[in-house]
Design a protein around this ligand. Structure first.
Ligand SMILES: [Zn+2]
Length: 114
């Protein structure tokens, strides 16, 4: 029987924590994307200029990414006109499995990892 070393167990633990943080971040982005769409329904199809405009009706505080340890979404949010669109991403390089400023969610393609 092969016994894993402490180093291997610690490496596995870190990878599991990184995967859990990425999953939580992606869930935050999906929820934010849904809330931005709901906000637009209430505002004649216009997207909010900033996530802070959605407080307090849609959320009391912008969610936080566990890997970033804070709000990485407000500065990762952009809105476009003609065509009407938005993008939200986890701003910075908080997820070692992905390149910087990912994951992201955009109004056209939904959730993206690259
Ligand atoms: Zn994140």
């Amino acid at each position: 029987m092969q016994v894993a070393s402490v180093d291997e167990l610690v490496a596995d633990l870190y990878h599991n924590l990184e995967d859990a943080a990425l999953t939580a971040c992606e869930l935050n982005l999906r929820n934010l994307g849904t809330m931005v769409e709901m906000w637009a329904v209430d505002h004649n199809g216009r997207y909010p200029a900033a996530l802070s405009e959605m407080k307090p009706k849609y959320f009391s505080a912008v969610p936080t990414c566990p890997a970033a340890g804070g709000d990485s979404y407000s500065r990762g949010y952009s809105v476009f006109i003609n065509p009407n669109a938005f993008v939200i991403f986890c701003a910075g390089h908080h997820h070692p499995q992905l390149q910087a400023n990912f994951p992201r969610y955009d109004s056209k393609n939904g959730l993206q990892r690259d």
